[in-house]
Design a protein around this ligand. Structure first.
Ligand SMILES: Cc1cc2nc3c(=O)[nH]c(=O)nc-3n(C[C@H](O)[C@H](O)[C@H](O)COP(=O)(O)O)c2cc1C
Length: 322
């Protein structure tokens, strides 16, 4: 959508959201109580610390939030900075569910604002001031109580949750990886590379660059494929003796070249049984089912067993949140 800004500059809102989404944030749940004590809350990544003396923080609440009138009239509110294992809590409070607080463990803070159990930190605030700003209201709070735990915080970037601890593990693993591959898609189709009478995913011996022979990017270049490789998807030890594999996920922006031995195949037609080994078959099966449900995880383990840390890229599709 294109908007005519007051200074005559055309702003493409989708592109603006993409630009804003490059800013990595944490994820908070902002809570308060209605006059009758009913707890209310919503997920927010617009949290910023403002001042240490006096201790001020801010959060922006959308004018379409059902809880806006409650926050505009409350005396106190709490900002709960979520821990890395609280993606479900984030999703619950990003919804319009009437029973959000029945789906999360919480207790009252010193002034009664709901404090979410297991959060990386929480700050209870007295309302300091409010500023109307476009389609949001900025709530500025004076911190009157807080606590923090050693839990790793949950991150958010480009519409997906980021688990910093897992990313660190994977980056360390990528240094020793024997194979770096990519699951790339365009318009509901998965990119597969022809290999004899079967298919494989594009791979290289490292991520690399175009001028780096043997690297994933150079191999994609040779197939005429331009890709945006955005997220880590899986790290696993191959049971077929190929060592450590690291797979990213992303989008095909251009290609493949017409004569290249590669094809974009609709998700429901991907010939899983023509992939060469069990690890790859499981990886592609999981990708397709997560893509259909629009939920992603980072897999860390071996090709038989491992842990999937579930992430969700649902926010990409919800209006307003980059
Ligand atoms: C990661 C993430 C960050 C969000 N950040 C904000 C935010 O800063 N401000 C806001 O008003 N809504 C934000 N939202 C959307 C609200 O959580 C969502 O609109 C929610 O339904 C509002 O709840 P309510 O309508 O019950 O008040 C965010 C959602 C997600 C998933």
């Amino acid at each position: 959508m294109t908007d005519q800004a007051s200074e005559g500059i055309e702003i493409d809102q989708m592109e603006l959201r993409k630009a804003l989404g490059a800013f990595v944030t944490g994820v908070t749940v902002v809570t308060t109580r209605e006059a009758d004590g009913t707890p209310r809350g919503f997920t927010a990544n617009s949290f910023t610390s403002v001042s240490l003396d006096p201790p001020l923080v801010l959060i922006c609440i959308g004018t379409s939030a059902l809880s806006l009138p409650v926050f505009q009239t409350c005396g106190h509110f709490a900002i709960n900075i979520l821990a890395e294992d609280q993606t479900e809590t984030s999703s619950v409070f990003a919804s319009k569910a009437p029973d959000k607080f029945e789906q999360a463990a919480w207790h009252p803070g010193p002034q009664g604002s709901p404090v979410i159990d297991g959060a990386a930190a929480w700050l209870e605030c007295a309302m300091h001031s409010q500023v109307e700003a476009g389609d949001h209201v900025i709530l500025i709070g004076r911190v009157i109580g807080f606590d923090h735990s050693p839990s790793n915080p949950l991150g958010f970037c480009r519409g997906s949750y980021v688990n910093f601890a897992l990313e660190r593990q994977a980056v360390a693993a990528a240094g020793q990886a024997a194979q770096v591959g990519a699951i790339l898609e365009a318009n509901g189709r998965l990119l597969l590379v022809e290999d004899g009478d079967g298919y494989v995913l594009p791979v290289g011996d490292r991520l690399g660059a175009g001028a780096d022979p043997g690297s994933l990017i150079a191999n994609l270049d040779r197939l005429g494929i331009r890709a945006d490789i955005s997220f880590l998807y899986a790290v696993f030890e191959s049971s077929e003796g190929r060592g450590l594999s690291v797979y990213y996920r992303g989008d095909v922006l251009g290609g493949p070249a017409p004569d290249a031995p590669a094809a974009l195949i609709p998700f429901d037609e991907v010939p899983i049984d023509r992939l060469p080994d069990n690890g790859l078959r499981q990886l592609v099966r999981r990708y397709i089912s997560e893509r259909v449900e629009n939920r992603f995880g980072i897999y860390v383990g071996d090709s038989e067993r491992g842990k999937v840390q579930t992430l969700s890229d649902e926010p990409l599709n919800s209006p307003g949140w980059s």
